[in-house]
Design a protein. Structure first.
Length: 285
């Protein structure tokens, strides 16, 4: 296992929504929104920590299998900066996030399935990180890749050569360790909370929905379904579907519930009228 060091982080986001039937139950109503994305604001001062590369490699034979959730990223996510081996990733840590004795475990997957990398950021190494966090915090992770040619490629070429980032808050980065939360990642700095998010999914070419729970001002709760869109590509790729969530489109329907363990957002995979899988998304914003 290759262990080279360097790391920092920062983030912002955006989203879009829709509805659908699930086992005869209506997941709210479809919400259609025009593709207007939040633009990055002037960068704010960020907290910098060191990330360790746990594993990094190249897979010439792509097998589209494995975990459903591949990334949760701000929209627009930006691009790797292409500065040789030195890269900069940005993460959004919301107020009240519990960080004590936790690590950010970062999985990077290219859409063509050929580049994979796992990194970790021990949050205890940041003296400015209280637990729970007293304020929204932008974290920048700098790291040195051993595969700079791939970062240049993903920065300069159109889809499907892009990198998805899944940032999980965990006690340790063992794959078997359950995650406490998923935070938003991106390749460019933002100076405000995420507004539009892209949830990148390995759906195995099944129909995919992103289901969220909302609470209105009367305390009533309902589930809304966001229909996800297949990613057009000639060949099979590591992730094949993108779900967009735009927070401003949700506000008129109620408050997005992210703190109720029984009503977490989830990715629902369907084949025809039956549910093939429902994968919880422990999103923190």
């Amino acid at each position: 296992m290759n262990r080279s060091t360097v790391g920092r982080i920062l983030i912002w986001g955006g989203v879009m929504l829709a509805g659908a039937m699930l086992d005869g139950a209506m997941l709210g109503g479809f919400i259609h929104a025009s593709p207007v994305h939040a633009q990055p604001s002037a960068p704010q001062e960020s907290l910098a920590l060191t990330a360790t590369i746990l594993n990094e490699g190249y897979e010439p034979a792509v097998d589209v299998s494995g975990t459903t959730l591949k990334g949760v990223m701000v929209e627009p996510s930006g691009h790797p900066d292409g500065q040789a081996e030195h890269q900069h990733l940005y993460l959004w840590l919301p107020r009240q996030l519990e960080t004590r004795d936790k690590r950010l475990c970062l999985s990077l997957n290219s859409r063509d399935g050929q580049y994979v990398s796992q990194l970790e950021v021990p949050l205890g190494s940041g003296p400015a990180l209280s637990s729970p966090l007293e304020a929204d915090t932008v974290l920048r992770a700098d790291f040195t890749t051993t595969k700079p040619e791939y970062y240049t490629r993903y920065a300069d070429t159109p889809p499907p050569h892009r990198l998805a980032v899944l940032a999980e808050l965990k006690a340790d980065c063992n794959p078997a360790t359950p995650r406490d939360a998923v935070v938003v990642a991106g390749w460019q700095p933002y100076a405000a909370p995420p507004e539009t998010l892209s949830v990148l999914v390995n759906a195995g070419r099944l129909e995919a929905l992103l289901a969220v729970w909302l609470e209105n001002n009367l305390g009533n709760r309902q589930q809304q379904g966001l229909r996800c869109a297949p990613i057009e590509a000639a060949s099979r790729i590591a992730y094949d579907t993108a779900c967009e969530l735009r927070l401003s489109s949700l506000h008129k329907y109620g408050r997005l519930l992210l703190d109720d363990p029984g009503r977490l957002p989830s990715i629902i995979l369907r084949r025809g009228g039956s549910v093939a899988a429902a994968v919880p998304l422990e999103l923190r914003l």
